[in-house]
Design a protein around this ligand. Structure first.
Ligand SMILES: *Cc1c(COP(=O)(O)O)cnc(C)c1O
Length: 456
């Protein structure tokens, strides 16, 4: 088998500004040791997120020029609508400015006090939109998904036995929908099997509860099914996608992920009555139903991106480049969540820096070291992001201390990945020189975005 190459040529480039280590020391200190506060121009390899950071194709840029900006009935809307219908088979397609806007509309209508929602794992904005209405959100991730060092093909699956206990306990009447996040964002995009999607839908059907899909990374999930699940090797990616969506009643999507664009999203659903209510709310919060918070050109680019993302050469390159990064890190002894997911590598900071306790933020220490070593920007997902305090001011830490390296789509080449490997491995080999951090200032909520730190 020959090297899997990037399935594209580069027509337009964006220069990377090189910085020296002494410069980065000054930049990091000025940013309070919080990479969220670093200017992007001071970053060499930016792995903060895979959201909205995709490189668009020449075809998508041509679509931007062709975008029809008519207020009502834009040609670009119909191109977008027919593409989403073709992929999902869902009947009502409602464009939104990003994924959370679709969630906001859906859960404002279905949520409220006394309502319960269940998922394999809710993404944080989805959970926030549910809880904001007074409803409650519960995760039922399969057991193996909770163990970073255990390998399994579908670590994003729903735990059906606990879901059923939950449904009986809360009463199906109070559960407006069950959701499957595919791929499951937690753990770096662990896939959900077709079998699990089907079985979740059967369980929901038994209790008369609609199943929705959070479809942000539907194409990456389809690729894992093709590669790992028995019986799907000869299916085309679009056929796998259609089958995945055939089990659901609706979907929310952030086009900033698997639609290969920089902004956009949608809500798709079969229920006519609910769609009517959603469109009414859309008009108040987003815009008219044929543009919903987007320009016509954005809709055009999404329609094209949704096709491009299902290309097998693209998906092979995409999933393989993340896997390649993971394999080389494992070979160098760097502890990561295994196996690598579709869009990110999670470094296990607890095993990386066992000497640094959670209240000294081991993940933040690694994030800072990666920036200093090579201008790489990553993000802590541990006690900084999810830490809470007890009444007497003790830090309550989440179960895992992680550092996420999220890989933007079609942006970096293999030599960027090789450089990244050198940086991570260098930091790992010098891990005994790394110490902890303390927070010098923090906001009352979502502190990780703006907190300032100091090395201990
Ligand atoms: C990004 C994301 C969302 C929210 O989408 P935005 O476009 O960022 O609002 C929802 N669910 C998952 C799984 C995501 O990754």
């Amino acid at each position: 088998m020959k090297t899997i190459i990037e399935p594209f040529k580069i027509k337009s480039v964006e220069p990377i500004r090189f910085t020296t280590r002494p410069e980065r020391e000054g930049i990091l200190a000025a940013a309070g040791y919080n990479p969220f506060l670093i200017h992007a121009d001071d970053v060499m390899i930016d792995l903060l997120t895979d959201s909205g950071t995709s490189a668009m194709s020449a075809n998508q840029w041509a679509g931007i020029m062709k975008g029809d900006e008519s207020y009502a009935g834009s040609k670009s809307f119909y191109a977008f609508e027919s593409k989403v219908k073709e992929i999902t088979g869902l009947k009502n397609i409602i464009p939104t400015h990003q994924g959370r806007a679709a969630e906001k509309i859906l859960f404002s209508i279905l949520g409220g006090k006394g309502k319960y929602f269940a998922a394999n794992t809710f993404f944080d904005t989805t959970r926030a939109n549910i809880e904001y209405t007074g409803a409650e959100a519960y995760d039922f991730l399969t057991e193996v998904g909770k163990h970073p060092e255990q390998r399994a093909d579908f670590k994003g699956d729903m735990d059906l036995a606990s879901l059923e206990v939950f449904i009986k306990e809360k009463d199906p009447e109070n559960i407006p929908l069950v959701m499957l996040t595919i791929t499951n964002n937690s753990g770096g995009g662990q896939p959900v099997s077709m079998k699990n999607i089907e079985e979740t839908s059967l369980l929901c059907k038994k209790y008369g509860i609609p199943l929705y899909i959070d479809a942000c990374r539907f194409a990456e999930n389809a690729w894992f099914i093709k590669k790992r699940e028995k019986g799907y090797a000869d299916f085309s990616v679009p056929d796998i996608c259609r089958k995945m969506f055939s089990f659901c009643h609706g979907a929310t999507m952030s086009a900033k992920k698997d639609a290969l664009v920089n902004i956009g999203g949608f809500l798709a659903l079969n229920d006519q009555e609910l769609a009517l209510q959603c469109r009414n709310l859309l008009i108040v919060t987003e815009g008219f139903p044929t543009y919903g918070g987007l320009a016509g050109r954005d809709l055009e680019a999404i329609a094209i991106g949704l096709d491009e993302v299902m290309d097998e050469h693209y998906l092979q390159y995409r999933v393989r480049s993340v896997e390649y990064l993971g394999e080389k890190l494992i070979a160098a002894g760097v502890p990561i969540i295994e196996p690598p997911g579709g869009h990110a590598i999670y470094i296990d900071a607890k095993r990386f820096l066992p000497e640094v306790p959670p209240n000294q933020y081991p993940g933040q220490s690694i994030v800072c070291a990666l920036y200093l070593e090579g201008g790489v920007r990553s993000v802590e997902i541990g006690s900084v992001m999810f830490g809470k305090y007890t009444a007497d001011g003790q830090l309550l830490s989440p179960p895992m201390e992680l550092v996420r390296l999220a890989i933007p789509r079609r942006v970096y080449t293999q030599s960027h990945v090789d450089y990244l490997l050198e940086v991570v491995i260098e930091v790992y080999n010098n891990r005994n020189t790394l110490g902890g951090y303390t927070i010098t200032w923090e906001a009352p909520i979502l502190r990780h975005f703006t907190a300032r730190f100091k090395p201990l």
